[in-house]
Design a protein around this ligand. Structure first.
Ligand code: NAP
Length: 280
């Protein structure tokens, strides 16, 4: 059965909207997200636009700062420092990748830990590692919610994650461990990935390789989550061969309409969390 990430997102966004209305009525200020975009990469512009629209759809305030391609590290850092100090800004997000001439790591590190709604900073990652309350990385969090929405009990299950990036695979391994799954993480140096996936109750693929996971690599009844976004000749493909794998999976996410909408929804949840903690 297809897992409808758009529908689940709409449901969660309706809940977020109620909470946003409550806090805005009570304290006279809506949660606010500031998004910084440097340069004019078309894909980044689209992502930033969707984040802004999503904020507005739940009653949050969104400010987008579009800086020119030739901005310096100092330009971006000074902007972030100003936003860090503003009591009216709850969340700060820098759209990555930044233009090559910029020091991305240094720039991201400037964001205040209290406003790290992407959940990528050392402070947020450390809290995730230590099972403390903090901002969770949006895509990994969204994936866990997608799995739970199927009614699948994660505890005790064997989950195989393909991909070990800092933004998806690694944090997801920690979140699934927190849910008491037995977690295997595969990557480009793993020999015979199919040996792992064939025994998995839950398979998540986040590698950026069009239709990598094929029907013969999964067992009957597995839950399959496709994180991949591969644009080929203007068409979007996932990392899973949907045609083949959907015949065996009990639940499977499509691309588009699976993980993508949930990533932005979790960003909204983090922004609300930041607002609730930011008592002006
Ligand atoms: P990334 O940083 O490029 O990392 C890719 C990971 O996949 C690495 O760990 C790499 O292994 C592994 N890998 C690459 N080719 C492999 C292969 N043939 N077999 C096994 N492992 C392989 O990617 P990412 O940022 O995590 O993104 C992965 C995909 O998810 C991309 O398509 C991206 O667009 C998509 N994505 C979607 C969302 C969303 O909201 N829908 C969010 C984030 C990412 P090594 O570590 O050994 O190099």
């Amino acid at each position: 059965m297809k897992i409808d990430g758009k529908l689940l997102s709409e449901k969660i966004r309706a809940e977020i909207k109620e909470e946003v209305n409550l806090i805005t009525d009570k304290e006279g200020r809506a949660p606010s997200l500031s998004v910084i975009l440097v340069g004019s990469d078309p894909a980044s512009k689209i992502y930033v636009g969707s984040k802004g629209k999503a904020c507005e759809s739940v009653g949050m305030k969104s400010n987008t700062f579009e800086l020119p391609e030739n901005s310096t590290n100092k330009d971006v850092i000074e902007l972030i420092e100003g936003l860090n100090e503003s009591g009216k800004v709850d969340g700060i997000l820098v759209q990555v990748p930044l233009p090559k001439h910029l020091d991305q790591e240094r720039i991201l590190k400037t964001i205040s830990p209290n406003k790290d709604v992407d959940g990528f900073l050392e402070s947020s990652v450390g809290k995730l590692y230590l099972n403390q309350d903090g901002f969770l990385p949006c895509t990994a969090w969204g994936i866990v919610e997608l799995i739970k929405s199927t009614g699948t009990e994660i505890s005790g299950k064997h989950a195989v994650i393909i991909g070990r990036s800092n933004i998806v695979g690694k944090p997801l391994s920690l979140l699934l461990l927190r849910e008491n799954a037995t977690v295997t993480v595969c990557h480009s140096k793993t020999t015979n990935i199919a040996n792992h996936t064939k025994t998995a109750d839950i398979v998540i693929v986040a590698i950026g390789q069009k239709e990598f996971l094929t029907g013969d690599m999964v067992k009957d009844g597995a839950v399959v989550i496709d994180v991949g976004m591969n644009r080929v000749d203007g068409k979007l493909y996932g990392d899973v061969n949907f045609e083949e794998v959907s015949k065996k999976a009990s639940f499977i996410t499509p691309v588009p309409g699976g993980v993508g909408p949930m990533t932005i929804t979790m960003l909204l949840k983090n922004t609300l969390k930041a607002r609730l903690a930011n008592k002006d």
